[in-house]
Ligand binder design. Structure first.
Ligand code: ADP
Length: 586
C-alpha cells in the first residue's frame, strides 16, 4: 500500500495561490509522501508545517474511535517530542475551535484554546499561546486526526492563511492515512507470514510424523512437535473411552495405559470441538495416586482429537509457568489435533485389520493341522494295504485304493500349501539365509520335476551363468522353483519346452523360467498372484489346483528381500516368470 506522490499532488486543492506557497507546499507533499514510516511522516508534517504556517508550535493527534491520541508536538526551536497520550473526545468539548474544525472538516482559527477548560497537563503550555489554528486531517470524508498550530506572538491566523492551511491539512491527512494503511498492510502481511509459517510447520510436522512407522513413534513425534509449537513443558495424548481417557503417549512413556476421569469442563469443551484452557487450581482430574504427575504444571491446554465429527481423543499440553497459552499457539495446536486424530484413527484401523488377519491365519493353521493328522493316518493305512500288509488285494480294489492314495496325497499337499500360507501371513516364516549356488538350486529343482516332465514328455533346459550365487533360504528357493516348473509342466496343451536361466542384474540375480505353453490372457495376468486365484482358461480350470502357488511363491521371494514377477506372456505362445534375489558376493 505505497503512497503515490503524484496522486497527492493531483488532489491538491490549491488553485491560484502565490507561487512560493505552492512551491513550498508541493515540496512538502513530496517530502512527506516520501516516507512510509508513520513516525517519520508525522515528524515531517510537524516540522515542515510549523515552519510553513509560521507557527511556534505544532501538535499532531490521531482520532481513533472516540479518542484523540496526541502523537507528537514540535516546537519552533527544533525539538520534537513524542507524546502517545490518549484522551477521550469529551476533553475537547470545552474547546470550540476543535469542535468546529472536526464538525466542519475545515481549518478553524481566529482565537486561542481555553487553558482553564483544557486537561491539566496542557494548561501551562496553553497559557503562552496567543493564536491557534486547528486543522482537521480528513480522509474519505472522515476526520482521522488533527493538527494544531500555535503562535505565541500577536500575529493572528487570517483568511490569507486559509488556503495554505487547507492544503496542508489535505496533504497531511493523505500522507498520514497512507502511512497507516502501509502499517496495517505490513501487519497483515506479517500475520499472513506467521500463519504461513505455522502452516508450513504443521505440514513439516505431518511429513515428519507420517514418516515414522510405528504408532508409538508416530505419537511421540507428534507430541514433541506440538509441545515445541505451543511452548509446553509437558504433553500427553489420550484416547477417549466413555467418560474416561486412556493415555496413549507421553514424551517419556510414563503414565501410558493409565485411565483418567474426564473433568466436566473439559468434556463440555471437547464435545463442542474447542480447546479448553485450565489453571492448576481448576485442574482436578488426576486420579488418586497420580497427582504428582500434574503437580509441576501451572497451566493446561486440552484440545479434542476429532474425526468425522466424533471426538476420539485428547491432546493435552502443560506449562510450568503461570502465564496463559498464546492464542496463536492455541490455534496451531488445532492443526496438530487434526493430525493426531487422523493418526490415531488410522492406527486403530490398521491394528484392527492386523488383528483380524492374525486371527484368520491362526484359525487357518489350526484347521490345517486338524486336517493333516487324519490324512496322514489314512495315507498310512492305504500304503500298508497296497503293500499287502492286509493280504492279497483283488485288482478292482487295488485300483480304487490307488486312486484314494493319490487323492490323499493331493489333499496333503494342499494342506501343506495352506499351512505355509498361514505361516507366511502370520509372519511365522523367517528365512534362514545362506549363500546358495544357483546351479545347485536349479539342478535339484529340475531333478525333482523329472518324473512329471517325463510323464508329459517335456524338455527342460538349463542355461545361463552356472557360477552365480545368491543370498537366500535354500528350501524357500526350492519351493518357488518347484511351483514355477510345476506350472510350466501343467499349463501346456502339448509337450512343453522349458528353459531355466540365470543372470546378474546389478546387485541381484534373476532366475527365469520360460515355457512355450498356453500363455496367460491379459485379464488373468492382473490376478494370478492373488490368493486362491486361478486362470479362467478351460485348459486351466480342467486341471486340479488351488490358486495358491504364485501367491505363496511371491510371498516367499519377498521374505528373502527379492521379488517374483511375470516377465512376459502371450496367450498360446508361453510365459516367462522371473525370480529376483540378492546376489551373494564371490
Ligand atoms: P494354480 O496353479 O494352483 O492354479 P498358481 O498360483 O500357481 O495356482 O497359478 C495361478 C494361475 O496362473 C494358474 O491357475 C494359471 O492360470 C496361471 N499360470 C501360472 N503359471 C502358468 C504358466 N506357466 N502358464 C500358463 N498359466 C500359468
Amino acid at each position: 500500500m505505497a503512497p503515490e506522490p503524484a496522486a497527492v499532488i493531483a488532489r491538491s486543492p490549491l488553485q491560484g495561490q502565490p507561487q512560493e506557497d505552492v512551491g513550498e507546499l508541493v515540496q512538502m507533499a513530496l517530502d512527506v509522501a516520501g516516507s512510509l514510516d508513520p513516525r517519520e511522516v508525522i515528524a515531517r508534517i510537524l516540522e515542515r508545517g510549523t515552519h510553513a504556517v509560521q507557527a511556534d508550535r505544532g501538535t499532531l493527534s490521531s482520532l481513533v474511535d472516540d479518542h484523540i491520541v496526541v502523537e507528537a508536538t514540535y516546537g519552533r526551536a527544533g525539538e520534537l517530542t513524542w507524546v502517545g497520550q490518549r484522551y477521550s473526545l469529551d476533553y475537547f468539548e470545552g474547546q470550540p475551535l476543535v469542535k468546529k474544525a472536526i464538525e466542519s472538516l475545515q481549518p478553524a482559527f481566529g482565537g486561542r484554546l481555553a487553558p482553564d477548560t483544557a486537561a491539566p497537563e496542557f494548561r501551562q503550555a496553553l497559557a503562552n499561546v496567543r493564536h491557534v489554528a486547528v486543522l482537521p486531517l480528513v480522509h474519505g470524508g472522515k476526520v482521522i486526526g488533527m493538527l494544531v498550530f500555535s503562535r505565541y506572538e500577536e500575529k493572528p491566523f487570517t483568511e490569507d492563511d486559509r488556503a495554505p492551511l487547507t492544503l496542508l491539512s489535505a496533504i497531511s491527512g493523505l500522507a498520514l492515512r497512507n502511512a497507516r494503511l502501509y502499517e496495517e498492510g505490513e501487519a497483515a502481511r506479517q500475520r499472513a507470514d506467521e500463519t504461513a509459517a505455522r502452516l508450513r510447520a504443521a505440514v513439516d510436522a505431518a511429513e515428519d510424523v507420517a514418516s515414522q512407522l510405528r504408532l508409538d513413534q508416530v505419537l511421540g513425534r507428534l507430541l514433541e512437535r506440538a509441545s515445541a509449537s505451543v511452548g509446553a513443558d509437558g504433553a500427553s495424548l489420550a484416547r477417549l473411552e466413555g467418560s474416561e481417557m486412556v493415555i496413549e503417549s507421553t514424551p517419556t512413556g510414563e503414565l501410558v495405559g493409565t485411565r483418567w476421569p474426564l473433568m466436566p469442563r473439559v468434556l463440555a469443551g471437547v464435545t463442542s470441538g474447542r480447546a479448553v484452557e485450565l489453571s492448576a487450581a481448576e485442574y482436578t482430574g488426576a486420579p488418586p495416586g497420580m497427582e504428582s504427575a500434574v503437580q509441576p504444571y501451572r497451566r493446561f491446554l486440552v484440545a479434542p482429537l476429532a474425526v468425522g465429527g466424533e471426538t476420539i481423543g485428547l491432546l493435552a499440553m502443560a506449562k510450568g509457568g503461570d502465564e496463559p497459552f498464546d492464542p496463536a499457539a492455541v490455534q496451531s495446536l488445532q492443526q496438530f489435533s487434526t493430525l493426531g486424530a487422523l493418526l490415531l484413527r488410522n492406527a486403530r484401523l490398521i491394528e484392527q485389520t492386523r488383528e483380524a488377519e492374525q486371527a484368520k491365519s491362526e484359525f487357518m493353521s489350526i484347521a490345517v493341522h486338524e486336517l493333516r493328522a487324519p490324512l496322514t493316518v489314512t495315507g498310512g493305512y492305504l500304503s500298508m494295504a497296497l503293500e499287502g500288509a492286509f493280504g492279497e488285494l483283488p485288482k478292482s480294489l487295488r485300483n480304487v485304493l490307488e486312486t484314494a492314495q493319490r487323492k490323499t496325497e493331493e489333499a496333503k499337499s494342499i494342506a501343506n500349501e495352506l499351512l505355509t500360507v498361514a505361516r507366511l501371513e502370520g509372519k511365522a516364516l523367517t528365512p534362514t539365509v545362506s549363500r546358495v549356488l544357483v546351479r545347485d538350486a536349479v539342478t535339484r529343482a529340475v531333478a525333482r520335476a523329472r518324473p512329471r516332465a517325463e510323464l508329459v514328455r517335456a524338455s527342460v533346459q538349463i542355461a545361463g551363468d552356472a557360477d552365480l550365487a545368491i543370498l537366500a533360504d535354500e528350501a524357500m528357493v526350492g519351493k518357488i522353483l518347484d511351483n514355477l516348473l510345476n506350472n510350466a509342466l501343467t499349463y501346456a496343451d502339448r509337450p512343453p519346452t522349458i528353459q531355466v536361466g540365470a543372470q546378474v542384474e546389478g546387485r541381484q540375480v534373476s532366475l527365469t523360467v520360460a515355457d512355450d505353453g498356453i500363455g496367460i490372457s491379459v485379464q488373468d495376468q492382473r490376478r494370478i498372484f492373488q490368493r486362491f486365484t486361478r486362470g479362467t482358461d478351460r485348459l486351466v480350470t480342467d486341471k486340479p489346483g488351488t490358486g495358491l502357488g504364485l501367491y505363496l511363491s511371491r510371498g516367499l521371494a519377498e521374505q528373502m528381500g527379492g521379488s517374483l514377477q511375470l516377465q512376459s506372456s502371450q496367450a498360446g505362445k508361453g510365459s516367462t516368470f522371473v525370480l529376483r534375489l540378492p546376489a551373494a558376493g564371490s
